[in-house]
Design a protein around this ligand. Structure first.
Ligand SMILES: Cc1cc2nc3c(=O)[nH]c(=O)nc-3n(C[C@H](O)[C@H](O)[C@H](O)COP(=O)(O)OP(=O)(O)OC[C@H]3O[C@@H](n4cnc5c(N)ncnc54)[C@H](O)[C@@H]3O)c2cc1C
Length: 345
């Protein structure tokens, strides 16, 4: 059956920053590339903090995360890779001829000479409030991520959570003029000390409490019942919006069944980003090696190393890495167009 499938040189599993940059660099090396993403869009974990400013990507002094996603996607599309959405890869099997047969949850299959795993934290799911019927408020004023900060200006917002996200949002919301109440079921916050101190100074912080009931009319919450975690006492607070930051669950699914060696946290790779399975490489947050940096910037280096390893696996005589982009003939025509456009502007 796999004979009828189109064979790709490189198939990338996961469309976060690591997968997107791998797709770009794969084009730099003239490889026939496919990227498969479980969600319906590229961006990966960055979609959980679209309004945050990113300051630590080289060459970009600062940029809103949603804009960075758009730029990464534009770059990923430079060499027109084949992009597949809404397919979670569940099976990767090396066939007798050395090619890999990938199977997704939809039952569709893909054929590739090499595979680059860029699954980040795996399939992440937001930890939602465990309150029956809470989902009906998600269309109005129950939020698990903040998409548009300014829409909270002047509002009374209850934040539930005790980690970095809850504390950061408390500080950002107070800074734009929202009245913020933070509740957390423990007395200690797991966030940067300075940020916790800022929050304590500006928000109404109540511990140890948890949300026990959302009181609403139709699809809108108008108050929240909170319960003291030790005494069981309850209190009702009027609110305009509720933000829940209870973290994420992540699931690597059946990666171990692909024969890939997993360490405690991630896929063990060599300093060339090779897994223990010849032909399968990995990059980004899903890998572990000494000195691994779990940052967007770290995913770029991983992507280049993994892709170069894939290229050399297929063509042992190939150059170690792609010719620099500033002198690369692939960009000659595009550069000409860009120069003409800048002269006209
Ligand atoms: C709150 C927070 C703030 C952060 N802020 C910054 C910051 O300011 N600067 C910075 O540099 N870094 C920051 N990071 C880290 C940054 O988000 C990660 O380093 C980066 O997202 C890792 O990219 P990735 O491509 O490896 O993985 P991800 O972004 O996790 O992408 C993995 C993709 O793979 C897909 N996938 C998973 N399994 C499968 C499968 N089986 N089949 C198909 N697709 C699959 C997922 O759907 C996802 O789209 C932050 C992280 C957090 C949690």
């Amino acid at each position: 059956m796999s004979e009828s499938l189109e064979l790709f040189d490189v198939t990338i599993i996961g469309g976060g920053p690591a997968g997107m940059y791998t797709a770009f660099y794969s084009g730099m090396r003239d490889l026939k590339t496919k990227l498969i993403e479980a969600q319906n869009e590229l961006g990966g974990f960055l979609h959980t903090y679209p309004e945050k400013m990113i300051w630590d990507v080289g060459g970009i002094p600062q940029m809103r995360c949603d804009k960075l996603i758009a730029w990464l996607e534009q770059q990923a599309r430079t060499f027109d890779p084949t992009l597949v959405f809404n397919q979670k890869i569940v099976g990767v099997v090396k066939q007798e001829d050395g090619n890999f047969l990938l199977t997704s949850t939809t039952g569709e299959q893909h054929l590739s000479r090499t595979v680059i795993v860029t699954v980040g934290r795996g399939i992440t799911q937001i930890q939602k409030l465990d309150i029956q019927g809470a989902d009906r408020y998600e269309v109005t004023n129950l939020h698990y991520t903040i998409q548009e900060l300014v829409s909270f200006r002047g509002k009374r917002v209850l934040i539930s959570g005790g980690g970095n996200s809850a504390v950061d949002w408390a500080n950002e919301l107070t800074s734009i003029g929202a009245e913020v109440i933070v509740i957390h079921r423990r007395d200690q916050f797991k966030a940067m000390e300075k940020h916790v101190a800022d929050m304590m100074a500006t928000a109404d912080v109540r511990t140890p409490y948890f949300v026990s009931q959302l009181n609403g009319q139709g699809e809108t919450i108008h108050s929240v019942t909170i319960t003291h975690a030790e005494t069981g006492e309850t209190e009702v607070l009027d609110v305009d919006a509720v933000v829940v930051n209870h973290g994420y669950t992540s699931d690597y699914g059946p990666i171990a069944e692909w024969g890939i060696e997993l360490g405690e946290w991630a896929i063990n790779v060599s300093n060339r980003l090779a897994t223990n399975v010849p032909g399968i490489f990995a990059a980004g947050d899903c890998v572990h090696y000494d000195s691994k940096v779990r940052l967007i910037a770290g995913t770029f280096t991983d992507a280049v190393l993994a892709l170069n390893s894939a290229k050399l696996y297929m063509e042992p005589e190939a150059d170690q890495y792609a010719y620099v982009s500033s002198h690369n003939v692939r960009f000659k025509e595009r550069n000409k167009q860009l120069h003409i456009a800048s002269i006209k502007a």
